[in-house]
Design a protein around this ligand. Structure first.
Ligand code: ADP
Ligand code: 5GP
Length: 211
């Protein structure tokens, strides 16, 4: 987010873009990360999909009508948006710009078309793809979640094959076998990115002579 500038001596937050087929465990992973790290936010997306049981407006998603979503597109409020399974999903510019400016890292859970757009728009973004241990396990998880009907599960599985072909645009790949292990791996990725040379050196140039 080079157009936003943090205060002197404060690094911008890092946007982490997380993708992977539906049911791989992205939401479960991100929930645990934010519970454990106060320096990380999850970006709340807009969607026209109806809420699932237990989902809360403005917490899981901003649930809007298609007309409202199209109006936000017109007003250029989205950093990216895409259609997925007949519904629209989008990340608002403010959901990313504001925390990044404050030095908070932001996790964006987006499907692959959105991630492609973000590759162009977030030059400092770090892209992470989550794989299931196998396609059989993926199907079991989708059925076990109990939130989609058989038709929707089949269509999510068939879409997963196309999504796997997009893995090459990502920097990191996590195989979510054991949830806790995967969460720790993502925490390591986040920590490593925070120590990136190009990010740290400008913050301490006034104290050291790096030549
Ligand atoms: P996504 O957000 O990628 O669609 P979810 O986080 O909703 O996926 O996870 C799909 C289902 O799989 C949920 O029921 C979740 O509890 C379960 N799950 C997630 N990660 C694991 C894991 N490592 N092992 C077993 N079950 C998992
Ligand atoms: P679900 O309906 O299971 O919550 O999400 C369906 C897909 O939409 C998932 O792959 C999820 O990552 C993706 N998604 C959620 N929010 C956004 C968003 O803001 N933009 C895009 N492009 N995809 C999103």
């Amino acid at each position: 987010m080079s157009e936003v500038s943090p205060g002197p001596g404060v690094a911008e937050g890092i946007p982490f873009v997380i993708s992977g087929p539906s049911g791989t465990g992205k939401t479960s992973i991100l929930r645990r990360i934010v519970e454990r790290d106060p320096q990380v936010n999850v970006s709340v997306s807009h969607t026209t999909r109806p809420p699932r049981p237990g989902e809360r407006d403005r917490s899981d998603y901003c649930f809007v009508s298609e007309a409202e979503f199209r109006e936000l597109i017109e007003k250029r409020r989205f950093l990216e948006w895409a259609e997925y399974q007949g519904h629209l999903y989008g990340t608002s510019r403010e959901a990313v710009a504001e925390p990044v400016r404050m030095g908070i890292d932001v996790l964006l859970e987006v499907e692959v078309q959105g991630a492609r757009q973000l590759r162009e728009r977030l030059p400092d973004g770090v892209f992470v793809f989550v794989l299931p241990p196998s396609m059989e396990v993926l199907e079991r998880r989708l059925r076990g979640r109990g939130s989609d009907e058989d038709g929707a599960i089949r269509s999510r599985l068939s879409r997963a094959h196309g999504e796997l072909r997009e893995v090459h645009i990502y920097n990191y790949v996590l195989i979510n076998d054991d949830l806790e292990r995967t969460v720790v791996l993502l925490e390591h990725i986040i920590s490593a990115c925070r120590c990136d040379r190009d990010r740290v050196l400008p913050l301490c140039r006034d104290r050291f002579d790096f030549g």
